[in-house]
Design a protein around this ligand. Sequence first.
Ligand code: ADP
Ligand code: MG
Length: 438
Amino acid sequence: MATQEIENLFTNIVERVKSLDPENTRKWFDDLSVGYFNGGSLRIYCPDESIAQYLEDKCKSTFTQAAQQATGYLVSVDFSAAETSKDKTEEIDISGLKLHPDYTFDNFVVGPSNRLAHASCIAISHSPGNTYNPLFIYGNSGLGKTHLLHAVCFETKRKNSNAVIRYHSCEDFVNRFIRAIERGDLAGFQDEFRNADMLLIDDVQFLSDREHSQEEFFHTFNALYNNGKQIILSSDSPPTEIKSLEERLISRFNWGLVTRVDPPSHDTRVAIVQKKSHLRGIGISDDVAEYVARKAQANIREIEGALTRIYAVAATMQKPVDINIARAALGGHAMTEVRHISITDIIDVVTDYFDVRLADLQSKKRSQSITEPRQICMYLARSLTRHSLEEIGGHLGGRDHTTVMHACSKIDKMQKNDTKTQVLLAQLTKQITQSPRG
Ligand code: ADP
Ligand code: MG
Protein backbone atom coordinates (compact mmCIF):
# COMPACT_ATOMS: atom_id res chain seq x y z
CA MET A 1 0.00 0.00 0.00
CA ALA A 2 1.20 3.49 -0.74
CA THR A 3 1.85 5.79 2.22
CA GLN A 4 -1.08 7.99 1.30
CA GLU A 5 -3.38 4.99 1.14
CA ILE A 6 -2.25 3.84 4.54
CA GLU A 7 -2.84 7.27 5.94
CA ASN A 8 -6.33 7.40 4.50
CA LEU A 9 -7.04 3.98 5.90
CA PHE A 10 -5.80 5.10 9.29
CA THR A 11 -7.99 8.21 9.24
CA ASN A 12 -10.90 5.98 8.40
CA ILE A 13 -10.08 3.69 11.33
CA VAL A 14 -9.81 6.58 13.78
CA GLU A 15 -13.15 8.00 12.64
CA ARG A 16 -14.74 4.62 13.18
CA VAL A 17 -13.29 4.37 16.67
CA LYS A 18 -14.69 7.79 17.50
CA SER A 19 -18.19 6.75 16.67
CA LEU A 20 -17.87 3.23 18.12
CA ASP A 21 -16.62 4.51 21.46
CA PRO A 22 -17.35 8.18 22.11
CA GLU A 23 -16.76 7.68 25.81
CA ASN A 24 -13.07 6.97 25.45
CA THR A 25 -12.48 9.20 22.44
CA ARG A 26 -10.11 12.07 23.06
CA LYS A 27 -9.21 15.13 21.06
CA TRP A 28 -5.61 13.95 20.77
CA PHE A 29 -6.71 10.93 18.68
CA ASP A 30 -5.88 13.30 15.83
CA ASP A 31 -2.23 13.28 16.93
CA LEU A 32 -1.87 9.52 16.50
CA SER A 33 -0.02 8.23 13.49
CA VAL A 34 0.83 4.98 11.78
CA GLY A 35 4.08 3.36 12.87
CA TYR A 36 3.75 0.65 10.29
CA PHE A 37 1.06 -1.36 8.60
CA ASN A 38 1.88 -4.57 6.81
CA GLY A 39 -1.61 -5.81 6.12
CA GLY A 40 -1.80 -8.09 9.15
CA SER A 41 -0.70 -5.79 11.89
CA LEU A 42 -0.95 -2.13 12.60
CA ARG A 43 1.34 -0.25 14.93
CA ILE A 44 0.04 3.09 16.11
CA TYR A 45 2.46 5.74 17.30
CA CYS A 46 1.39 7.83 20.26
CA PRO A 47 2.66 11.21 21.51
CA ASP A 48 3.70 9.72 24.84
CA GLU A 49 3.78 6.67 27.06
CA SER A 50 0.68 7.56 29.08
CA ILE A 51 -1.31 7.79 25.87
CA ALA A 52 -0.04 4.46 24.61
CA GLN A 53 -0.98 2.94 27.95
CA TYR A 54 -4.43 4.52 27.88
CA LEU A 55 -5.12 3.18 24.39
CA GLU A 56 -3.82 -0.26 25.29
CA ASP A 57 -6.11 -0.39 28.35
CA LYS A 58 -9.26 1.19 27.02
CA CYS A 59 -9.32 1.22 23.26
CA LYS A 60 -7.49 -1.81 21.93
CA SER A 61 -10.55 -3.85 21.10
CA THR A 62 -12.31 -0.88 19.52
CA PHE A 63 -9.30 -0.15 17.31
CA THR A 64 -9.15 -3.82 16.35
CA GLN A 65 -12.82 -3.79 15.49
CA ALA A 66 -12.51 -0.54 13.52
CA ALA A 67 -9.49 -1.85 11.63
CA GLN A 68 -11.40 -4.97 10.75
CA GLN A 69 -14.37 -2.93 9.52
CA ALA A 70 -12.13 -0.65 7.49
CA THR A 71 -10.04 -3.39 5.86
CA GLY A 72 -12.47 -6.28 5.79
CA TYR A 73 -10.10 -8.62 7.57
CA LEU A 74 -8.57 -9.18 10.98
CA VAL A 75 -5.74 -6.83 11.86
CA SER A 76 -3.82 -6.93 15.09
CA VAL A 77 -3.27 -3.52 16.60
CA ASP A 78 -0.68 -2.27 19.03
CA PHE A 79 0.32 1.10 20.43
CA SER A 80 3.77 2.48 20.92
CA ALA A 81 5.24 5.68 22.25
CA ALA A 82 8.42 5.14 20.29
CA GLU A 83 9.73 7.69 17.82
CA THR A 84 6.60 9.70 17.91
CA SER A 85 7.03 12.87 19.78
CA LYS A 86 6.89 15.74 17.34
CA ASP A 87 9.09 17.74 19.63
CA LYS A 88 11.68 15.54 21.24
CA THR A 89 12.52 18.04 23.97
CA GLU A 90 8.94 17.83 25.19
CA GLU A 91 9.09 14.11 25.62
CA ILE A 92 8.93 12.84 29.17
CA ASP A 93 9.61 9.31 30.10
CA ILE A 94 6.92 8.22 32.47
CA SER A 95 7.25 4.52 31.71
CA GLY A 96 6.15 2.33 34.54
CA LEU A 97 4.16 5.04 36.26
CA LYS A 98 0.82 4.20 34.67
CA LEU A 99 -0.51 7.73 34.52
CA HIS A 100 -3.79 8.68 32.93
CA PRO A 101 -3.08 11.13 30.07
CA ASP A 102 -6.14 13.21 30.99
CA TYR A 103 -5.00 13.82 34.53
CA THR A 104 -2.78 16.86 34.09
CA PHE A 105 -2.89 20.29 35.74
CA ASP A 106 -4.04 21.76 32.42
CA ASN A 107 -7.10 19.56 32.53
CA PHE A 108 -7.90 20.27 36.17
CA VAL A 109 -10.53 22.89 36.88
CA VAL A 110 -9.80 24.89 39.99
CA GLY A 111 -12.60 26.17 42.19
CA PRO A 112 -13.25 26.93 45.85
CA SER A 113 -13.76 23.21 46.55
CA ASN A 114 -10.25 22.17 45.57
CA ARG A 115 -8.21 25.38 45.50
CA LEU A 116 -5.96 24.59 48.44
CA ALA A 117 -5.28 21.00 47.37
CA HIS A 118 -4.49 22.19 43.86
CA ALA A 119 -2.20 25.01 45.05
CA SER A 120 -0.27 22.66 47.33
CA CYS A 121 0.21 20.20 44.47
CA ILE A 122 1.51 22.97 42.24
CA ALA A 123 3.86 24.17 44.97
CA ILE A 124 5.19 20.65 45.44
CA SER A 125 5.77 20.20 41.73
CA HIS A 126 7.91 23.33 41.79
CA SER A 127 9.91 22.35 44.80
CA PRO A 128 9.42 18.77 45.99
CA GLY A 129 10.33 18.02 49.59
CA ASN A 130 10.55 21.67 50.56
CA THR A 131 7.05 22.96 51.08
CA TYR A 132 4.47 20.60 52.49
CA ASN A 133 5.75 17.23 53.50
CA PRO A 134 3.83 15.03 53.59
CA LEU A 135 0.85 16.39 51.72
CA PHE A 136 -2.30 14.56 52.71
CA ILE A 137 -5.37 15.10 50.50
CA TYR A 138 -8.67 13.64 51.57
CA GLY A 139 -12.27 13.76 50.42
CA ASN A 140 -15.06 11.65 49.03
CA SER A 141 -14.72 9.57 45.94
CA GLY A 142 -14.74 11.25 42.54
CA LEU A 143 -13.52 14.67 43.67
CA GLY A 144 -10.18 14.71 41.88
CA LYS A 145 -7.62 13.27 44.33
CA THR A 146 -6.17 10.77 41.89
CA HIS A 147 -6.23 13.39 39.15
CA LEU A 148 -4.10 15.73 41.28
CA LEU A 149 -1.61 13.01 42.19
CA HIS A 150 -1.10 12.11 38.54
CA ALA A 151 -0.74 15.79 37.67
CA VAL A 152 2.09 16.14 40.20
CA CYS A 153 3.84 13.16 38.58
CA PHE A 154 3.54 14.65 35.09
CA GLU A 155 4.69 18.06 36.20
CA THR A 156 7.59 16.83 38.31
CA LYS A 157 8.80 14.67 35.44
CA ARG A 158 8.51 17.57 33.06
CA LYS A 159 10.65 19.73 35.32
CA ASN A 160 13.15 17.06 36.17
CA SER A 161 13.15 14.07 33.88
CA ASN A 162 15.61 12.24 36.12
CA ALA A 163 13.41 12.31 39.21
CA VAL A 164 12.58 8.83 40.44
CA ILE A 165 8.88 8.92 41.15
CA ARG A 166 6.83 6.11 42.60
CA TYR A 167 3.10 6.38 42.26
CA HIS A 168 0.99 3.50 43.52
CA SER A 169 -2.45 2.81 44.78
CA CYS A 170 -2.20 1.75 48.39
CA GLU A 171 -3.66 -1.59 47.39
CA ASP A 172 -0.80 -2.02 44.97
CA PHE A 173 1.71 -1.12 47.66
CA VAL A 174 0.20 -3.74 49.98
CA ASN A 175 0.09 -6.41 47.28
CA ARG A 176 3.69 -5.80 46.29
CA PHE A 177 4.69 -6.01 49.91
CA ILE A 178 2.92 -9.33 50.35
CA ARG A 179 4.41 -10.74 47.15
CA ALA A 180 7.88 -9.60 48.20
CA ILE A 181 7.52 -11.50 51.45
CA GLU A 182 6.29 -14.59 49.62
CA ARG A 183 9.23 -14.38 47.25
CA GLY A 184 11.59 -13.79 50.14
CA ASP A 185 12.75 -10.54 48.58
CA LEU A 186 11.79 -7.91 51.09
CA ALA A 187 15.10 -6.15 50.50
CA GLY A 188 14.26 -5.66 46.83
CA PHE A 189 10.90 -4.19 47.73
CA GLN A 190 12.41 -1.85 50.27
CA ASP A 191 15.09 -0.77 47.86
CA GLU A 192 12.52 0.14 45.29
CA PHE A 193 10.37 2.24 47.59
CA ARG A 194 12.98 3.78 49.83
CA ASN A 195 15.18 5.06 47.02
CA ALA A 196 12.56 7.15 45.35
CA ASP A 197 12.71 10.94 45.10
CA MET A 198 8.99 11.18 45.46
CA LEU A 199 6.39 8.73 46.71
CA LEU A 200 2.69 9.09 46.02
CA ILE A 201 0.29 6.61 47.58
CA ASP A 202 -3.33 6.84 46.52
CA ASP A 203 -6.15 5.77 48.86
CA VAL A 204 -4.12 5.12 52.00
CA GLN A 205 -7.32 4.23 53.85
CA PHE A 206 -6.56 0.81 52.40
CA LEU A 207 -3.98 0.43 55.20
CA SER A 208 -6.85 0.23 57.65
CA ASP A 209 -6.63 -3.01 59.71
CA ARG A 210 -3.48 -4.13 57.88
CA GLU A 211 -0.93 -4.31 60.65
CA HIS A 212 2.09 -5.61 58.76
CA SER A 213 1.62 -3.30 55.83
CA GLN A 214 1.29 -0.37 58.22
CA GLU A 215 4.55 -1.33 59.84
CA GLU A 216 6.30 -1.53 56.50
CA PHE A 217 4.77 1.71 55.36
CA PHE A 218 5.93 3.39 58.55
CA HIS A 219 9.55 2.51 57.77
CA THR A 220 9.18 3.49 54.12
CA PHE A 221 7.78 6.82 55.23
CA ASN A 222 10.62 7.46 57.67
CA ALA A 223 13.34 6.54 55.20
CA LEU A 224 12.01 8.95 52.61
CA TYR A 225 11.07 11.71 54.99
CA ASN A 226 14.44 11.71 56.69
CA ASN A 227 16.09 12.12 53.32
CA GLY A 228 13.93 15.11 52.49
CA LYS A 229 11.97 13.22 49.84
CA GLN A 230 8.46 14.31 49.03
CA ILE A 231 5.52 12.16 50.11
CA ILE A 232 1.95 12.70 48.93
CA LEU A 233 -0.96 10.68 50.22
CA SER A 234 -4.64 10.58 49.40
CA SER A 235 -7.49 9.09 51.36
CA ASP A 236 -11.27 9.10 51.65
CA SER A 237 -11.03 10.43 55.21
CA PRO A 238 -8.66 12.45 57.38
CA PRO A 239 -5.83 10.56 59.14
CA THR A 240 -7.61 10.42 62.50
CA GLU A 241 -10.67 8.80 60.95
CA ILE A 242 -8.95 5.95 59.15
CA LYS A 243 -10.04 2.87 61.03
CA SER A 244 -7.37 1.07 63.06
CA LEU A 245 -4.51 3.16 61.82
CA GLU A 246 -1.49 3.16 64.15
CA GLU A 247 -1.01 6.30 66.20
CA ARG A 248 2.48 6.85 64.87
CA LEU A 249 1.21 6.86 61.29
CA ILE A 250 -1.64 9.22 62.15
CA SER A 251 0.82 11.63 63.69
CA ARG A 252 3.16 11.46 60.70
CA PHE A 253 0.34 11.99 58.23
CA ASN A 254 -0.44 15.17 60.15
CA TRP A 255 3.12 16.51 60.08
CA GLY A 256 2.77 18.38 56.81
CA LEU A 257 -0.38 19.75 55.29
CA VAL A 258 -3.73 17.98 55.51
CA THR A 259 -6.22 19.34 53.01
CA ARG A 260 -9.70 18.40 51.99
CA VAL A 261 -11.40 18.39 48.60
CA ASP A 262 -15.11 19.17 48.61
CA PRO A 263 -17.85 18.61 46.07
CA PRO A 264 -17.56 21.26 43.34
CA SER A 265 -19.83 24.30 43.20
CA HIS A 266 -22.23 24.81 40.32
CA ASP A 267 -19.85 27.12 38.44
CA THR A 268 -16.96 24.71 38.84
CA ARG A 269 -19.14 21.88 37.56
CA VAL A 270 -20.06 23.91 34.49
CA ALA A 271 -16.38 24.54 33.81
CA ILE A 272 -15.59 20.85 34.30
CA VAL A 273 -18.31 19.82 31.86
CA GLN A 274 -16.80 22.18 29.31
CA LYS A 275 -13.29 20.95 29.96
CA LYS A 276 -14.30 17.30 29.67
CA SER A 277 -16.20 17.75 26.44
CA HIS A 278 -13.33 19.76 24.99
CA LEU A 279 -11.01 16.87 25.88
CA ARG A 280 -13.26 14.50 24.01
CA GLY A 281 -13.10 16.78 21.02
CA ILE A 282 -16.79 17.62 21.09
CA GLY A 283 -18.06 21.13 21.54
CA ILE A 284 -20.85 21.77 23.99
CA SER A 285 -22.95 24.90 24.26
CA ASP A 286 -23.33 26.85 27.48
CA ASP A 287 -26.91 25.77 28.05
CA VAL A 288 -26.02 22.09 27.79
CA ALA A 289 -23.07 22.60 30.15
CA GLU A 290 -25.42 24.35 32.62
CA TYR A 291 -27.94 21.57 32.30
CA VAL A 292 -25.41 18.78 32.90
CA ALA A 293 -23.99 20.69 35.87
CA ARG A 294 -27.45 20.87 37.38
CA LYS A 295 -28.17 17.21 36.75
CA ALA A 296 -24.89 15.81 38.03
CA GLN A 297 -24.19 17.32 41.39
CA ALA A 298 -22.63 14.70 43.63
CA ASN A 299 -19.19 14.34 42.11
CA ILE A 300 -17.27 14.54 38.89
CA ARG A 301 -17.57 10.91 37.92
CA GLU A 302 -21.29 11.56 37.68
CA ILE A 303 -20.58 14.42 35.27
CA GLU A 304 -18.50 12.14 33.10
CA GLY A 305 -21.22 9.50 33.12
CA ALA A 306 -23.77 12.13 32.09
CA LEU A 307 -21.58 13.29 29.19
CA THR A 308 -21.12 9.73 28.05
CA ARG A 309 -24.88 9.18 27.98
CA ILE A 310 -25.39 12.41 26.05
CA TYR A 311 -22.79 11.49 23.44
CA ALA A 312 -24.27 8.04 23.09
CA VAL A 313 -27.74 9.46 22.46
CA ALA A 314 -26.36 12.03 19.99
CA ALA A 315 -24.45 9.28 18.16
CA THR A 316 -27.49 7.02 17.99
CA MET A 317 -29.65 9.82 16.67
CA GLN A 318 -26.84 11.08 14.44
CA LYS A 319 -27.39 14.61 15.65
CA PRO A 320 -25.08 17.16 17.21
CA VAL A 321 -25.32 17.56 20.96
CA ASP A 322 -27.89 20.13 21.99
CA ILE A 323 -30.17 20.74 24.93
CA ASN A 324 -32.87 18.39 23.65
CA ILE A 325 -30.38 15.56 23.22
CA ALA A 326 -29.07 16.29 26.71
CA ARG A 327 -32.57 16.20 28.16
CA ALA A 328 -33.34 12.98 26.36
CA ALA A 329 -30.17 11.42 27.71
CA LEU A 330 -30.49 12.60 31.30
CA GLY A 331 -34.13 13.36 31.81
CA GLY A 332 -35.28 9.80 31.47
CA HIS A 333 -37.60 10.63 28.58
CA ALA A 334 -37.89 8.44 25.54
CA MET A 335 -35.68 9.61 22.72
CA THR A 336 -38.58 9.96 20.33
CA GLU A 337 -39.87 12.79 22.46
CA VAL A 338 -36.85 14.91 21.75
CA ARG A 339 -38.00 18.02 19.99
CA HIS A 340 -37.61 21.72 20.01
CA ILE A 341 -38.95 23.64 22.99
CA SER A 342 -39.81 27.30 22.79
CA ILE A 343 -40.26 29.87 25.54
CA THR A 344 -43.93 29.97 24.60
CA ASP A 345 -44.23 26.25 25.39
CA ILE A 346 -42.82 26.97 28.82
CA ILE A 347 -45.01 30.00 29.44
CA ASP A 348 -48.09 28.01 28.39
CA VAL A 349 -47.48 25.27 30.89
CA VAL A 350 -46.47 27.59 33.73
CA THR A 351 -49.37 30.04 33.34
CA ASP A 352 -51.72 27.11 33.12
CA TYR A 353 -50.36 25.52 36.27
CA PHE A 354 -50.36 28.73 38.35
CA ASP A 355 -53.54 30.00 36.79
CA VAL A 356 -52.09 33.39 35.84
CA ARG A 357 -52.13 35.31 32.56
CA LEU A 358 -49.13 36.00 30.37
CA ALA A 359 -49.96 39.71 30.64
CA ASP A 360 -49.46 39.43 34.40
CA LEU A 361 -46.04 37.83 34.00
CA GLN A 362 -45.08 40.61 31.63
CA SER A 363 -46.44 43.35 33.88
CA LYS A 364 -44.61 45.19 36.63
CA LYS A 365 -46.62 43.39 39.32
CA ARG A 366 -44.46 42.15 42.17
CA SER A 367 -46.83 40.14 44.34
CA GLN A 368 -45.54 36.69 45.13
CA SER A 369 -48.35 35.02 43.17
CA ILE A 370 -46.91 36.65 40.04
CA THR A 371 -43.16 36.82 40.74
CA GLU A 372 -42.93 33.13 41.51
CA PRO A 373 -44.35 31.85 38.21
CA ARG A 374 -42.38 34.57 36.39
CA GLN A 375 -39.12 33.44 37.94
CA ILE A 376 -39.92 29.81 37.31
CA CYS A 377 -40.52 30.63 33.64
CA MET A 378 -37.12 32.27 33.50
CA TYR A 379 -35.43 29.35 35.19
CA LEU A 380 -37.09 26.77 32.94
CA ALA A 381 -36.39 28.81 29.84
CA ARG A 382 -32.76 28.91 30.87
CA SER A 383 -32.51 25.18 31.44
CA LEU A 384 -34.70 23.94 28.59
CA THR A 385 -33.93 26.31 25.73
CA ARG A 386 -30.92 27.91 24.12
CA HIS A 387 -32.21 31.45 24.55
CA SER A 388 -29.93 34.06 26.05
CA LEU A 389 -30.74 35.84 29.30
CA GLU A 390 -31.71 38.94 27.30
CA GLU A 391 -34.09 37.01 25.06
CA ILE A 392 -35.73 35.37 28.04
CA GLY A 393 -36.10 38.75 29.75
CA GLY A 394 -37.56 40.08 26.52
CA HIS A 395 -40.34 37.49 26.51
CA LEU A 396 -41.25 38.33 30.08
CA GLY A 397 -41.90 42.02 29.89
CA GLY A 398 -38.54 43.33 28.71
CA ARG A 399 -36.60 42.54 31.86
CA ASP A 400 -32.85 42.85 31.76
CA HIS A 401 -30.38 40.00 31.98
CA THR A 402 -29.41 40.58 35.61
CA THR A 403 -33.06 40.13 36.64
CA VAL A 404 -33.19 36.84 34.75
CA MET A 405 -29.90 35.72 36.23
CA HIS A 406 -31.10 36.56 39.71
CA ALA A 407 -34.31 34.59 39.12
CA CYS A 408 -32.40 31.57 37.87
CA SER A 409 -30.06 31.43 40.82
CA LYS A 410 -32.91 32.00 43.25
CA ILE A 411 -34.97 29.12 41.85
CA ASP A 412 -31.86 26.96 41.59
CA LYS A 413 -31.17 27.54 45.27
CA MET A 414 -34.79 26.81 46.16
CA GLN A 415 -34.81 23.55 44.29
CA LYS A 416 -31.62 22.49 46.02
CA ASN A 417 -33.03 23.26 49.42
CA ASP A 418 -36.59 22.07 49.25
CA THR A 419 -38.07 19.02 47.70
CA LYS A 420 -41.39 20.74 47.01
CA THR A 421 -39.76 23.04 44.47
CA GLN A 422 -37.79 20.13 43.09
CA VAL A 423 -40.94 18.11 42.52
CA LEU A 424 -42.75 21.10 41.05
CA LEU A 425 -39.94 21.79 38.58
CA ALA A 426 -39.74 18.16 37.57
CA GLN A 427 -43.48 18.07 37.02
CA LEU A 428 -43.49 21.25 34.94
CA THR A 429 -40.49 20.08 32.93
CA LYS A 430 -42.22 16.82 32.21
CA GLN A 431 -45.33 18.60 30.99
CA ILE A 432 -43.31 20.98 28.84
CA THR A 433 -41.22 18.29 27.24
CA GLN A 434 -43.98 15.76 26.78
CA SER A 435 -47.22 17.60 26.10
CA PRO A 436 -48.27 17.32 22.46
CA ARG A 437 -48.34 20.54 20.51
CA GLY A 438 -49.79 21.04 17.13
P1 ADP B 1 -10.91 10.58 43.37
O1 ADP B 1 -9.53 10.04 43.24
O2 ADP B 1 -11.03 11.73 44.32
O3 ADP B 1 -11.94 9.53 43.63
P2 ADP B 1 -10.57 11.17 40.58
O4 ADP B 1 -9.31 11.95 40.63
O5 ADP B 1 -10.49 9.76 40.11
O6 ADP B 1 -11.33 11.22 41.98
O7 ADP B 1 -11.60 11.98 39.70
C1 ADP B 1 -12.72 11.39 39.08
C2 ADP B 1 -12.89 12.00 37.72
O8 ADP B 1 -13.24 13.35 37.86
C3 ADP B 1 -11.62 11.96 36.90
O9 ADP B 1 -11.95 11.68 35.58
C4 ADP B 1 -11.07 13.36 37.01
O10 ADP B 1 -10.39 13.76 35.84
C5 ADP B 1 -12.32 14.18 37.18
N1 ADP B 1 -12.10 15.38 37.98
C6 ADP B 1 -12.15 15.50 39.32
N2 ADP B 1 -11.93 16.77 39.71
C7 ADP B 1 -11.71 17.48 38.59
C8 ADP B 1 -11.45 18.86 38.32
N3 ADP B 1 -11.35 19.76 39.30
N4 ADP B 1 -11.29 19.23 37.04
C9 ADP B 1 -11.41 18.34 36.04
N5 ADP B 1 -11.68 17.04 36.23
C10 ADP B 1 -11.83 16.60 37.48
MG1 MG C 1 -8.85 8.09 43.45
